[in-house]
Ligand binder design. Structure first.
Ligand code: FES
Length: 119
């Protein structure tokens, strides 16, 4: 669902396969935690809500990548999600993907544009 673009960070705030950025979004009428990460140079964002149990994924504050820096891993029971699509790759997410956010990077800044329809 598209929204008015909202500045969430400077591009330099996100390192490739590094710490993410946490921020709040309005998701279906409620404030909800969300995050952005950079993977292979591209910024991706998701609702910070595991598809196994609807809780936040972070290992430590804003740390979402598993060892190796390729996949996003839920800290609670180890569900594994693709950093570039949010698809469930293994573990107790049972094939359900993360809810994807629409982010845009331009002029050295990252903007939140809304969220994609749930799959
Ligand atoms: S809550 Fe994320 S894997 Fe169980």
């Amino acid at each position: 669902m598209a929204e008015t673009p909202r500045l969430i960070a400077a591009s330099t705030d996100l390192e490739d396969s590094g710490r993410g950025l946490r921020f709040q979004i309005d998701y279906r009428g409620q404030s909800a935690p969300a995050f952005a990460v950079r993977y292979r140079g591209v910024v991706f964002g998701y609702l910070n809500r595991c598809r196994h149990v609807p809780i936040e994924l972070d290992w430590n504050e804003a740390q979402f990548f598993g060892l190796g820096g390729h996949d996003l891993v839920c800290s609670t029971h180890g569900a594994v999600y693709s950093a570039s699509s949010g698809s469930c790759l293994g573990g107790p997410c049972n094939g359900l993907p993360l809810v994807r956010l629409l982010l845009e990077e331009r002029d050295n800044a990252i903007y939140y544009m809304g969220f994609a329809d749930e799959r």
